[in-house]
Design a protein around this ligand. Structure first.
Ligand code: GLY
Length: 369
């Protein structure tokens, strides 16, 4: 059996076992091999349902379907509670409700996805042409903040435009992506994590470190969000700027990986901080590279993209995949937030998600979510 098939089989087996282990919880990190319960409000709450949907699509496991639906129902309290909802509604409802609707045609799921998209569209700042990140309760005085991660929420807006047959959601996604190209991506093909704008005038003020080392650094997961998010923005619009942004940042990302193909948490981390890795970033980048590859014209760049995605996944499988069924997680050594000292070198649910998603893409085709 080829290693990608073996890796996918093992991943699916872990998900199957976790139906009981994790059950109706919303996992985030698994230090020591056991996933915690972060609750439905945190931005990662779509990834466990997303893993269940991957299992269901591969095997038609009805328990996976039942549990994914239960978690989707539980997410309604977040949607209905409204006040705490943030920008990350794409991360939460694309791999839960929207995929449910795509796979089963469930109308209730469609409405959930459209509500989430309406919320995201409502966060658009017209003066600065960006989607606002977070809320003041979590990040005080952040009315003018936008973050690179939000590129991964834009597919929800593109999807909503198609569902409504109305371009206004797509217009917001394009305006935000244009702002990112102009204000986040540096001449050296790296992306900032946070850019602060004046929320009244829209003027760009500064770039902030956020989860990266500082305002000038290259936070590994932020680069992965940019590679993947820009590839999808290109898929949805055909705008060459997005294709180039994705390709250029991918070039930087690939050339700064370690020999084992894992990234340090920030490519520009100082020497004393380079012991922390972020495998979730390389899992996400690999899945994004497969998306990018599927959109490129035949030629050496396209082949390079595919080969590198495969090499990254092989590096993850050979060096960071935990085979033991006692360990609930798959991919070890991810880092959530190094500067805050939170969850460093631990398994993270979105590392597992993007790893499995990439393997499914290799087996079938991209454009799953
Ligand atoms: N979206 C937050 C993170 O990447 O940790």
């Amino acid at each position: 059996m080829y290693w990608t098939e073996e890796a996918l089989e093992k991943s699916l087996e872990k998900i199957r076992r976790n139906i009981e282990n994790i059950g109706e919880r919303f996992p985030h990190v698994a230090p020591g091999g056991v996933y915690n319960d972060q609750g439905p409000y945190f931005w990662v709450s779509g990834f466990w349902p997303g893993l269940l949907w991957l299992l269901y699509q591969e095997t038609e496991d009805n328990e996976a379907l039942r549990l994914a639906r239960k978690l989707e129902d539980d997410l309604d309290q977040v949607l209905d509670g409204f006040m705490t909802i943030h920008h990350d509604v794409g991360f939460m409802w694309l791999p839960s409700a929207v995929i449910d609707y795509k796979v089963t045609g469930n109308e209730k799921s469609r409405i959930r996805g459209l509500k989430a998209a309406s919320h995201l569209a409502g966060r658009f700042n017209l003066a600065g042409r960006f989607i606002r990140a977070w809320n003041d309760e979590v990040k005080p005085d952040s009315q003018g903040w936008a973050i690179i991660d939000c590129m991964m929420n834009l597919p929800l807006l593109f999807w909503a435009s198609r569902e409504y047959d109305d371009p206004r959601f797509k217009h917001i996604a394009i305006a935000h992506a244009d702002t990112v190209v102009k204000n986040f991506i540096r001449p050296d093909n790296t992306a900032c994590h946070i850019v602060s704008f004046d929320p009244e005038t829209g003027e760009r003020l500064e770039s902030l470190g956020g989860q990266g080392q500082d305002g000038d650094s290259a936070w590994a997961r932020g680069q992965a969000w940019a590679i993947y998010g820009m590839a999808i923005a290109y898929r949805e619009t055909g705008k060459e700027e997005y294709l180039n942004a994705s390709k250029n940042i991918a070039g930087y990302f690939i050339s700064h990986l370690r020999e084992d193909k894992a990234p340090v948490w920030d490519f520009r981390a100082v020497k004393d901080h380079r012991w922390a890795l972020d495998t979730s970033a390389s899992a996400c980048a690999a899945s994004g590279l497969l998306e990018l590859y599927s959109l490129m014209e035949d030629g050496p760049d396209r082949d390079f993209c595919y080969d590198q995605a495969l090499a990254i996944l092989k590096g993850l499988y050979d060096n960071y995949f935990d085979d033991s069924m006692e360990n609930q997680s798959m991919i070890q050594m991810g880092t959530v937030h190094f500067p805050a000292g939170k969850n460093i070198n631990v398994p993270i649910i979105y590392g597992d998600f993007f790893f499995t998603e990439a393997l499914v893409k290799l087996k079938h085709k991209p454009n799953i979510f």
